[in-house]
Design a binder for this molecule. Structure first.
Ligand SMILES: [Zn+2]
Length: 753
């Protein structure tokens, strides 16, 4: 990724990270989730910036309902720079809303908005002619349910013109930005053009592409691909995952190099795709691809996977037979070589797994990190790596072959060939792992022929493995949380064995093992000194006030595992964690409520409920139609409606939108998450707008709804007098937090009101 980006005096005709950063500062001044005051401030800022560039700006507004039952009013910002041709348009997009309730959205996705704004300034200053129309789209409500993208792709006439989208995103606040593409067809066209566009710092690989295709995804680009068949490139960074969606996603925490990296993608790609025929990007073929250091990209077709695998096996067995024939090795030596490898592999995985369990035990506060990645998480990744290397050296010292180093290398190579076979069958994008095996077979051949091969040559031949594997050692635990820290250990051992042609000849393996163990200790102890919470690494905590209007009972609730000086006041010093909690607020990471205590009942204005039978009911077909209106009587942020899942609707409309996913009896998420079993929909209200349902049911049975009406203003509520947090604390992200929630069961009442 780019380095040393803090220099001033970049001409207006080049992307300036510092100028882009000024936009991040403006956007990241305050939480700007949908419905907040700052949301309109940020919208106006973007509109102004575009207008100052002489662009005609439009906002697209409307309700949209996603397949997960999330409904919101979105206000997308759009502008178009017309090209000289009549081909497909290039779309640059990012979202301008931040995650509710407390994220400042500097990285997510202020960095994306800023990258595009600066890129367009440069483009317009250079004033070069271009063939394709360039459409700018700053979506709204991305954080709610990708509603803005949904609104654009389904309702905006420009959506039909788009041939390619470049989307800028963030899931952390630093590190390099990774390119992940989305297409309904094969990736060949997109990758070939991406390489031709020559970005300076491409970071991408087809392993991520294959994994990504297998998972249910959720970026704005997914909506465009699924509903508009639009191809796209996503550029997103995930380092410092602990800042994601928190009050710590502030401009100061965004790495400038990361912002520069986003710019280093945008500028060459914009320059290239502004003139290319964008209808040519589709292809049936898939490519394997990956980046090398220093900006080089390698790619080849999927059709080479099996030939390359067969070549790999053939070369391996040829060298093996050569070794047997020359009596350099025998079967016994080969099988003996499996022992240190398998013990290292299993041993490291178990050791690191236990290490993390131990950490969770001595640092129970780590459980409060909703992202699963602690502030000192990188020290644990380093710990896992050093502990694994230490174990490898010690095991190879004791169990490795002293005379026949080649013997130790054969089984691991064969194991890698088996992994490559599995990837060829099930995870094609990862099939390029065959390449380090080729180098390994070459090393094996040299090792069979020479008593002590040149260590520098051996090191050189081991480097491809390092280049291809090392990025995964760190990125897996960052992306998926430290609970999979043992994966870093497994990958380290996999990587270690590729260096057996070097390490195998070392006389002092034991000393090295002890040295790495010492390093492990130093890092692990350093992690300890960075384990506490402070202003820079604030402790997430949570508190919500829930007024159950049915039972006329009010409670304080939390999702935390530990009380602190702020929550203690409500739950006592040693509260019991409830295990079966029925309140069903959603959280991205699946946290349920933990503490509960009685709270004073204060007056929270209840919403007006208007539940009527409609005269369009069809008695012949036994279809009854109803209208339900819920009109909030206070400033709220969201309403969640629950209904028994077994209940089937014949028709369902919400705020005028047809909700086909709902009346089929289940929304698709029900399959995945039990937690949302009965949830019908979430309405992200931006103001006091009424929620309007119209539905039809068969027969006389009328559904009973449970409403949770929430506002994010617990700390501003004058009657509840909740004090502000200390500076060493932040609101727990991803959960409905700092909220005043009103619960109400809605039943149909025949009596006229
Ligand atoms: Zn985002």
């Amino acid at each position: 990724m780019p380095r040393n980006v803090d220099t001033g005096n970049i001409p207006q005709t080049e992307f300036s990270t510092l100028r882009a950063f000024q936009d991040v500062i403006q956007i990241g001044k305050a939480p700007h989730f949908v419905g907040s005051k700052a949301h309109s401030v940020v919208r106006n800022y973007i509109v102004n910036e575009l207008q100052e560039l002489g662009l005609e700006v439009q906002t697209q507004e409307g309700y949209s309902l996603t397949k997960d039952g999330e409904i919101s009013w979105s206000q997308n910002i759009l502008a178009k720079i017309s090209g000289s041709g009549s081909g497909k348009a290039l779309l640059l997009m990012s979202h301008y809303d931040s995650a509710g309730h407390s994220s400042f959205g500097a990285s997510d996705a202020g960095s994306g908005v800023a990258t595009i704004l600066e890129g367009i300034r440069v483009l317009l200053t250079k004033n070069e002619p271009h063939k394709n129309d360039i459409i700018l789209l700053f979506t709204d409500s991305e954080e709610l349910g990708l509603n803005g993208a949904e609104l654009f792709v389904n309702e905006h006439p420009w959506a039909k013109e788009v041939g390619l989208a470049l989307n800028f995103e963030a899931r952390g606040s630093g590190g390099n930005s990774f390119m992940l593409l989305e297409t309904n067809g094969g990736n060949a066209g997109l990758i070939q053009h991406f390489i031709k566009a020559k970005p300076d710092f491409p970071v991408t690989n087809s392993l991520a592409y294959s994994v990504y295709k297998m998972l249910p995804n959720d970026t704005d680009l997914t909506v465009l691909r699924e509903q508009g068949n639009i191809n796209g490139f996503n550029f997103a960074f995930i380092d410092d995952h602990f800042d994601y969606h928190t009050a710590n996603d502030i401009p100061a925490n965004l790495d400038k190099e990361t912002l520069a990296h986003q710019g280093s993608y945008l500028m060459p790609l914009l320059d290239y795709f502004k003139d290319v025929d964008l209808s040519e990007l589709n292809s049936e073929e898939d490519l394997i691809y990956f980046n090398l250091p220093f900006g080089k990209m390698i790619s080849y077709p999927f059709s080479w996977i099996f030939p390359m695998l067969i070549i790999g096996f053939s070369l391996f067995f040829a060298v093996l037979i050569y070794g047997f024939y020359k009596k350099k090795i025998n079967l016994k030596i080969v099988f003996k070589g499996a022992v240190p490898f398998l013990i290292s592999l299993v041993g490291s995985a178990i050791l690191v797994f236990l290490l993390w369990q131990f950490c969770l035990m001595i640092y129970p506060e780590y459980a409060e990190m909703e992202q699963g990645f602690t502030y000192n998480g990188y020290y644990y990744i380093a710990s896992a790596i050093f502990l694994s290397i230490s174990l490898c050296f010690l095991i190879y010292h004791n169990l490795g072959t002293l005379e026949k180093q080649a013997g130790d290398f054969i089984f691991p190579l064969f194991f890698w060939l088996l992994i490559c076979t599995l990837t060829a069958l099930y995870l094609e994008g990862a099939a390029y792992f065959i390449i380090p095996v080729y180098f390994g077979v070459l090393q094996l051949w040299v090792m069979l022929r020479q008593k002590s091969p040149n260590p520098f040559l051996m090191l050189l031949l081991s480097l491809p493995a390092l280049v291809l594997l090392l990025p995964f050692v760190t990125s897996f635990p960052v992306a998926l949380g430290l609970k999979i820290l043992y994966v870093a250990a497994i990958l380290t051992v996999f990587l270690f064995v590729f260096f057996l042609p070097v390490f195998g000849y070392f006389k002092r393996k034991k000393a090295l093992g002890l040295l790495f163990f010492l390093l492990f200790n130093v890092i692990f102890i350093t992690a300890h000194f960075k384990s506490g919470f402070n202003e820079k690494r604030p402790k997430p905590n949570s508190l919500v006030y829930l007024l159950d209007t049915d039972a006329q009972k009010a409670t304080w609730n939390s999702y935390d595992k530990l009380v602190d000086s702020w929550t203690q006041k409500y739950f006592g010093e040693d509260p019991v964690i409830l295990t079966s909690e029925k309140e069903a607020f959603s959280s991205k990471y699946g946290s349920g409520l933990t503490f509960k205590s009685e709270a004073p009942i204060v007056n929270i204005p209840e919403p007006g409920i208007f539940f009527e039978k409609l005269n369009t009911s069809d008695s012949l077909k036994n279809i009854n139609r109803y209208s339900l209106k819920i009109a909030p009587n206070r400033k709220i942020n969201r309403m969640e409606l629950y209904v028994d899942r077994s209940f089937n609707f014949e028709e369902f409309k919400v705020n005028g939108l047809e909700a086909d996913s709902i009346y089929l009896g289940a929304n698709p998420f029900h399959v995945f998450t039990k937690r949302w079993l009965n949830r019908l929909l979430i309405y992200h209200a931006a103001n006091r707008d009424t929620l309007r349902l119209e539905f039809a049911v068969k027969g006389e049975k009328i559904p009973e709804f449970i409403l949770y009406e929430a506002s994010f203003d617990l700390l501003e509520n004058e009657k509840l007098k909740v004090p502000q947090r200390e500076k060493t604390m932040i609101p727990r992200p991803f959960v409905l937090n700092d909220a005043v929630i009103l619960k109400k069961t809605i039943r149909f009442d025949e009596s006229p009101k």
